[in-house]
Design a protein around this ligand. Structure first.
Ligand code: MN
Length: 615
């Protein structure tokens, strides 16, 4: 067939593996008739590309599998190709090799206006009132690709969340963001998909590896926790790079908030950096306080409800759930059990005394008790270090959070002083104390809301220091006024006792001698009472029990208790007590049924009287 006459018409033979980007309008290609419709016939140009010859553009009768020459009249925006049949006798054939090698997503910014191919996993499919938006993830980034058939109609319905696909289209700027206008989207066959998946997985694994950076302070315990903190950071980085939503749940106190906000800053900045939607930092990341000091059934039910709806409505992946200052005790187990039905991944950063039974539900668990430390290393300290591993760039705006957390949680570990030293110039201890109180007070009014932006001002993350100071001092005044009111009401009703181990025990019925449903709530009220009693009994071992009809809150100083163990023992010793609870070794709470209150409290006091006194 080869002819050396240079005037001959050029006919192209499209190699296998070639795709839309390798075809040019106006060129003539070899093809094969694939099938017929009322309006014309379909012609295959290679194994993956076919076009339509409208009946008005047919020149002869054909049957299936006939060889035929076609000219490309037009490639439509949706990837459909209009062909016309041509009949020529003498021509020259040129092979077309696949030229559209795939481009990495991170390289797209230099390709605006060009047609490119990318390969990756569909991480989200969102149907808008206009196009269908596919979020594609490869080893270098996240990219939205808009496919349009008809307003509000799902394009490429065969392509689903998790499919490995090849997308060909033009790189555009839309509202200041890169977007690919899809010409063609094909699901890779098993072999191709596996190859791409392996390539992406390998590269992502490397990319998710946290930076090698030293801790903010010198701490043996935290040094030992580094491998597990790196593991948590890596899991979170990977979730971000693959557009997996992240739910961050935390204890609703100053320590829990500091821990969660540090991680929030790291995650949000990294989500913004890695592309995708302009508001991805809002719908791919949610922070929410847990009212109870554990992950309640109410919390998981709410999280699951939202996650499943987002999955159904917006084609989102199921989330990674991160718990901080929460999550390491058996009280969390009922929630984990529910989550495991949906294979939800959990990671925990906590400093509560851990129960071994829950690790089977967790992908990673940072806890100072695992390496011989204790609750003095607070969640805020650990969360800030993990945040730096997730995204070192946020360090300057979060490095004071461990000091606030340490003060807020009354840490007595040497790390508290080290973290305070780190920021002493800008945030002396008194300032940290004010910020911690402001957080507690504001969270009371926020209730179940995270207050993402307000909390940033309280922690001076926004950088508007004048507003930060104004807000904190206002909140501190408000909190102190309400605390004073509460103390004036309840201090006269404190009942003292001296136990046989010479511990000074103080009892306060917060149900009848304190304002209810206001700030400070019973736990903090008992803490404030305890602080005042410690001052009045300087140098003495002090235990304070604030109780209501069906609960008691314990605070202690200088008495070596193990509250979680005492709670477990009471549960076995008092049948019908309805006992549960826990917390830290020397700060915790216990619940029981109202009718058994006196029995439970007396048994509890007897255990405290058996505890050793710290010399
Ligand atoms: Mn804490």
């Amino acid at each position: 067939m080869k002819n050396t006459d240079s005037d001959d018409v050029m006919v192209y033979r499209l190699g296998s593996g070639c795709d839309l980007a390798d075809i040019e309008e106006g060129n003539i290609y070899q093809g094969k008739v694939q099938g017929f419709a009322n309006f014309g016939m379909f012609v295959q140009i290679n194994d993956r590309i076919k076009g339509l010859v409208h009946k008005t553009n047919m020149k002869a009768e054909h049957k299936e599998r006939d060889s035929i020459l076609v000219r490309v009249r037009q490639i439509r925006p949706n990837g459909n190709i209009d062909l016309e049949e041509v009949q020529i006798q003498v021509y020259q054939v040129t092979n077309v090799e696949r030229k559209s090698t795939t481009v990495r997503i991170s390289d797209l910014s230099g390709k605006v206006g060009r047609t490119v191919a990318i390969e990756g996993e569909i991480a989200q499919v969102k149907q808008t009132s206009g196009p269908t938006i596919f979020t594609i993830v490869d080893e270098t980034g996240t990219q939205n690709a808009a496919a349009f058939i008809e307003a509000g109609v799902r394009a490429y319905p065969e392509a689903e969340l998790g499919n490995m696909v090849k997308v060909i289209g033009e790189v555009m700027m839309r509202n200041g963001q890169l977007q690919i206008e899809v010409d063609a989207l094909t699901i890779l066959n098993d072999e191709e998909a596996t190859a791409v998946r392996v390539r992406i997985e390998k590269a992502l694994d490397l990319r998710a590896e946290p930076a090698e950076i030293p801790l903010l302070v010198k701490s043996d315990v935290m040094e030992k926790l580094c491998p597990e903190m790196r593991k948590v950071a890596k899991i979170i980085r990977k979730a971000i790079f693959t557009s997996q939503p992240i739910i961050l749940r935390h204890h609703a106190d100053a320590d829990g908030i500091c821990s969660a906000v540090a991680i929030e800053q790291a995650v949000v900045a990294l989500i913004k950096e890695s592309g995708g939607d302009f508001d991805a930092d809002y719908f791919l990341f949610k922070r929410a306080p847990s009212k109870a000091p554990f992950y309640e059934i109410e919390d998981i039910t709410r999280d699951l409800d939202f996650a499943l709806k987002d999955h159904a409505r917006y084609g989102q992946k199921m989330p990674l759930v991160l718990l901080t200052d929460n999550g390491s005790t058996e009280e969390d187990e009922p929630a984990y059990k529910i989550a495991s039905v949906y294979d939800i991944d959990f990671v925990v950063i906590d400093h509560h005394h851990p129960d071994g039974t829950i690790d089977k539900y967790l992908k990673a668990h940072v806890n100072p008790y695992h390496v011989g430390g204790d609750f003095g290393i607070t969640a805020g300290m650990l969360g800030t270090e993990v945040a730096r591993l997730i995204n070192p760039k946020v360090e300057s705006i979060i490095r004071h959070l461990p000091a606030v957390a340490g003060v807020g949680d009354r840490s007595e570990a040497p790390e508290r002083a080290l973290f305070l030293d780190l920021v002493r110039d800008q945030y002396p201890e008194a300032a940290c104390k004010d910020i911690a109180l402001a957080l507690d007070y504001e969270q009371f009014w926020l209730r179940f809301n995270d207050g993402r932006e307000i909390v940033k001002d309280i922690l001076n993350i926004t950088g508007n220091t004048a507003r930060h100071q104004k807000l904190v001092s206002l909140l501190v005044d408000g909190a102190n006024t309400m605390i004073e009111d509460q103390m004036n009401a309840c201090m006269p009703h404190v009942v003292p006792r001296v136990l046989r181990n010479e511990a000074h025990l103080f009892l306060i019925d917060v149900e009848i001698h304190a304002h209810k449903f206001t700030f400070p709530p019973p736990g903090k009220t008992s803490g404030e009472v305890h602080d005042r009693l410690c001052k009045q009994n300087a140098g003495q071992p002090v235990v304070t029990i604030g109780f209501g009809p069906d609960f008691a809150v314990l605070r202690s100083r200088g008495v070596l208790m193990n509250i979680p163990r005492m709670v477990r023992e009471l549960r076995n010793e008092i049948p019908g007590g309805g006992i549960s609870g826990g917390g830290h070794l020397v700060v915790g709470s216990i619940k029981f049924v109202e009718g058994m209150r006196d029995v439970v409290l007396e048994a509890l006091i007897s255990k405290i009287a058996d505890a050793q006194i710290q010399k």
